[in-house]
Design a protein around this ligand. Structure first.
Ligand code: ACO
Length: 375
C-alpha cells in the first residue's frame, strides 16, 4: 500500500482534495474487522459474523479481538465498581441519561487506576469487565434500589443482566443478549472507534479513549436508533395499516428507522444474525411478527423511491426486538450498545498503540487573509 507521511511533502491545502467527514479517506489499517458494504459481509479477524454468533460467546469474541486467538472457552465476568465511582454515580441526577452516566463512570474509573502506556490486553479486559457493572449500578441507583455485587460465576452478559435485575437470567435470555453483544462488538473505523484511536495516538490512557468513544456514540447519527424502530412500529399498529403509514412517512421526507447505512449497500449481515436470534427467543415481543411483515413492505417502498440507491435493513431493525425481548428499557439501548462495543474500541486502542503515529490531519483555512489589528 502507498503510505503518505508528513505534511512537508503534501501540496498546499487549496490544491488538495477536501473530503468532508473524511468519507473515502484511508486513515489507517486494521486487522480487527472487515466491513464489506457492497456484499453485505462482516468478519472479525477473518471469521464470519454469523458463525461467531452461532458458535461463540461475547467473551470469546472479545478475546479474539484483543489477542487474535480463537478460544471458545475464554471467560470474562463483570467486576466490582470502585467506591469512588459509586460515589460519583450517586451524585448524578436520577434523570441523567445512561450514556452520560456510563461516560462519567469510565472517566472516574480511569482516575482510580494506574493506566501506564502502552495500553495492555489486561487494561482492555479490566475496563470491559467494569463498564457493565457501572451501567447496572446507575440503573438501580436512579430507581432508589441497592446495587447488586458481581457474581464471578456468571459470564459478562449474564452478569450484566443479573446486576441490573437482581435475578440470574434465564440461559436463553442471556444467550440472546450475548448474540447482540457479539454483533455490536466491532465495526471498522466508525466515528467512536476513530475517536478512541485519536485519543490513543496522543499516548493518552485507555479510559480517556473509551470515555471519548462513548461521548461520540452518544450522538444521534451514531448511537443507533433501535428505540425509534419500536416507536415507528407502534405508530403503524399492524401490518394491515403499515403500507399507508410507510407511504405517508416517505411522502413527508421522513426516514424509516432500521433501514439504510453509510457503508452497507446490501442487507446488513448483523441484521440477518439478529433476526434469527429474535425469532428464536422465548420471550419475543408480540410485535416481532409485525416487524417481519413490515420489513418486506418497507424494502419494496424504499426500492421504488430510490431505485439507484440500495437501502436495506440495518442492524438496528432487529436489535430492537432482541433488546426489548431481554427486558431492557429503550433508554438503556444506546448505553448497552456501548458496552458491546467496548471489545472493539479497546482492541483498536491496542492496535493503535502497537504502531502509533499521532493522528493530526490538515485543515484548509478559509478565514480572513493576514491583516493588521484595527486602530
Ligand atoms: N428511509 C428513507 N429514506 C432514506 C433512508 C431511510 N432509512 N436512508 C436513506 N434514505 C434516503 C435519503 O433520504 C436520501 O435520499 P435523497 O437522495 O432523495 O435525498 C438517500 O436515501 C441517501 O441518503 P444518505 O443520507 O446519503 O445516506 P447515508 O448513507 O448518509 O445515511 C443513514 C445512512 C444515516 C443510516 C440513513 O440511511 C438513515 O438515516 N437511516 C435511518 C436511521 C437508522 O436506521 N440508523 C441506524 C443506522 S445503523 C447504525 O448506526 C449502527
Amino acid at each position: 500500500m502507498t503510505t503518505s507521511t508528513g505534511s512537508a511533502a503534501a501540496a498546499p491545502a487549496h490544491e488538495r482534495v477536501l473530503s468532508p467527514g473524511l468519507e473515502g479517506v484511508l486513515a489507517g489499517e486494521t486487522a480487527l474487522s472487515k466491513v464489506d458494504g457492497a456484499n453485505g459481509r462482516l468478519t472479525y479477524r477473518g471469521y464470519r459474523i454469523g458463525d461467531l454468533v452461532e458458535h461463540g460467546t461475547y467473551s470469546s469474541v472479545a478475546n479474539l479481538l484483543w489477542t487474535g486467538d480463537w478460544d471458545p472457552e475464554a471467560r470474562l465476568a463483570t467486576s466490582a465498581v470502585p467506591d469512588a465511582v459509586l460515589t460519583t454515580l450517586r451524585a448524578l441526577p436520577r434523570s441523567a441519561k445512561p450514556m452520560d452516566a456510563l461516560r462519567t463512570a469510565v472517566s472516574a474509573w480511569g482516575a482510580t487506576q494506574t493506566l501506564d502506556w502502552p495500553p495492555t490486553p489486561e487494561q482492555a479486559r479490566a475496563l470491559t469487565s467494569f463498564s457493565p457493572s457501572a451501567l447496572a449500578a446507575f440503573a438501580r441507583i436512579r430507581e432508589g434500589k441497592d446495587i447488586v455485587e458481581p457474581d464471578p460465576s456468571l459470564n459478562l452478559v449474564e452478569g450484566f443482566l443479573y446486576q441490573l435485575t437482581g435475578e440470574t437470567p434465564e440461559p436463553a435470555t442471556a444467550r440472546a443478549l450475548d448474540a447482540y453483544f457479539i454483533v455490536g462488538a466491532e465495526h471498522g473505523f466508525n466515528a467512536s472507534t476513530f475517536t478512541a484511536r485519536v485519543i490513543t495516538s496522543t499516548m493518552s490512557d485507555i479510559a480517556s479513549a473509551i470515555a471519548g468513544a462513548i461521548g461520540t456514540m452518544k450522538g444521534p447519527l451514531h448511537g443507533g436508533a433501535p428505540s425509534e424502530v419500536v416507536d415507528q412500529l407502534a405508530k403503524m399498529g399492524s401490518v394491515e395499516h403499515a403500507e399507508e403509514w410507510l407511504r405517508g412517512a416517505l411522502d413527508r421526507g421522513e426516514r424509516l428507522m432500521g433501514f439504510g447505512h453509510r457503508v452497507y449497500r446490501a442487507y446488513d449481515p448483523r441484521a440477518a444474525a439478529l433476526r434469527k436470534v429474535a425469532e428464536g427467543m422465548e420471550h419475543k415481543p408480540d410485535w416481532l411478527q409485525t416487524a417481519i411483515g413490515v420489513e418486506d413492505m418497507a424494502l419494496r417502498l424504499l426500492a421504488e423511491r430510490h431505485p439507484d440507491r440500495p437501502l436495506k435493513t440495518n442492524v438496528e431493525y432487529y436489535a430492537a426486538p432482541v433488546l426489548m425481548g431481554v427486558g431492557l428499557t429503550p433508554d438503556l439501548f444506546p448505553a448497552t450498545f456501548s458496552l458491546a462495543r467496548h471489545a472493539g474500541w479497546t482492541a483498536h486502542v491496542l492496535e493503535q498503540a502497537a504502531d502509533n503515529r499521532l493522528i493530526r490531519p490538515d485543515v484548509r483555512y478559509v478565514g480572513e487573509a493576514e491583516r493588521d489589528l484595527p486602530g
